[in-house]
Design a protein around this ligand. Structure first.
Ligand code: SAM
Ligand code: SF4
Length: 349
């Protein structure tokens, strides 16, 4: 995180007026009711589009928010209109006793929905406990249907086995809907999009194809392997007609389609080819307690230290809303617009 500019008490140039009370609204009139919480920057995989093989400089234990601190931030934001939470990472399941955090978040009465993003490697052992603790929904990253490719993309031999077992455990535990996220890369998995889509005819999965976004550590993949959603949909169209549908609950940025009579849907997440920032409804909390108004913005607000000093958080949250940018300015193959992020694992995607 060292390249990110941290906000101090001074206003920044791009501040815009916002409502100072009531539900959180940013300077472009967007209602913010969704928080993505990264509980760790560490991960048990090293996906080629995300983290470098050797990992990143990890946060120190004392820098990372304790579960009680995360729950306090959720309580304060819930009083300002926060309604939905996603727990993410790095890989959230590598952090000890995650169900304890889920229970704390669930105890906040205004929170209506708690979801989890995971690579599923550790989900088999934890699915039932997480469901019981109050996780409603899971998104599982699955970048190929072929074990050798999964192992190669994740740079961890044997990960495919854990992921497939984790997906089965998620279905058995009753998580619904199950969303499967696939980052499409030319020459690594782009020939599988139709096979992925075909699964949705019989299984109630919502398979979402994500366009790779550039960060400091993946510029080669971003420059050489980008595949647009238009190309993905065209390839899927060869095996059947897709019609636009509303898609599952969750209010994310995906556009959804379905084959006639299919149990699930096919979605595309198009940060590069079709900007959707005008519909943004979220902020992000990093594992070390930085509130980020935009995944790729340069600015973020340190909530951790004021929280530890017993200072009120509401003014800092309003300040973060004031500096939420209108949109990202990502450039394929360049880190010019990625706000100093080395990898999405630093923020949670
Ligand atoms: N470890 C968990 C996982 O993989 O689901 C949660 C964190 S991961 C950063 C969240 C999502 O971001 C995953 O679906 C992952 O595929 C996606 N992701 C990571 N880096 C990306 C990139 N550069 N471009 C597009 N999606 C990316
Ligand atoms: Fe880990 Fe998720 Fe990043 Fe893959 S995408 S390296 S599983 S944080």
């Amino acid at each position: 995180m060292s390249r990110l500019v941290q906000l101090g008490p001074l206003p920044v140039a791009s501040e815009r007026p916002i409502p100072e009370t009531g539900p959180m609204t940013d300077g472009f009139g967007r209602r913010i009711e969704y928080l993505r919480i990264s509980v760790t920057d560490k991960c048990n995989l090293r996906c080629v589009y995300c983290m470098p093989e050797e990992g990143l400089p990890w946060l120190k234990r004392e820098q990372i928010l304790r579960y009680e601190e995360i729950a306090e931030i959720v309580r304060v934001m819930a009083d300002q209109g926060l309604r939905r939470i996603r727990i993410t990472g790095g890989e959230p399941l590598v952090r000890r006793d995650l169900p304890a955090l889920v229970r704390m978040i669930r105890a906040v009465p205004q929170i209506e929905d708690v979801a989890l993003s995971t690579n599923a490697v550790l989900l088999t052992e934890m699915a039932d406990e997480l469901r019981y603790a109050g996780v409603d929904r899971v998104n599982v990253s699955l970048d190929s249907l072929r074990p050798d490719r999964i192992d190669a993309i994740s740079r961890r031999a044997g990960s495919a086995d854990g992921i497939f077992r984790g997906l089965e455990a998620a279905e058995r535990a009753g998580f619904a809907p199950i969303k499967v996220n696939c980052v499409v890369m030319r020459g690594r998995n782009d020939d599988e999009v139709a096979d992925f889509a075909a699964i949705t005819r019989d299984r109630p999965w919502h398979v979402r194809f994500i366009e790779v976004m550039p960060t400091g550590e993946n510029l080669g993949v971003s420059a050489d392997e980008f595949v647009s959603s238009d190309e993905i949909l065209e390839n899927i169209g060869r095996i059947g007609d897709l019609r636009p549908v509303a898609g599952p609950a969750g209010n994310g940025p995906a556009r959804y389609y379905a084959f006639d009579g299919a149990a699930g849907t096919v979605g595309v997440i198009t940060p590069m080819s079709h900007n959707y920032c005008d519909r943004c409804n979220r902020m992000r909390l990093t594992a070390d307690g930085q509130l980020r108004p935009c995944l790729f913005g340069h600015a973020q607000t340190n909530l951790r230290d004021p929280l530890r000093r017993g200072e009120p958080l509401e003014p800092l949250i309003r300040q973060t809303l004031r500096i939420k940018p209108e949109r990202h300015w990502l450039v394929q193959g360049s880190d010019a617009g990625s706000g100093g992020l080395l990898a999405l694992s630093q923020v949670g995607g």
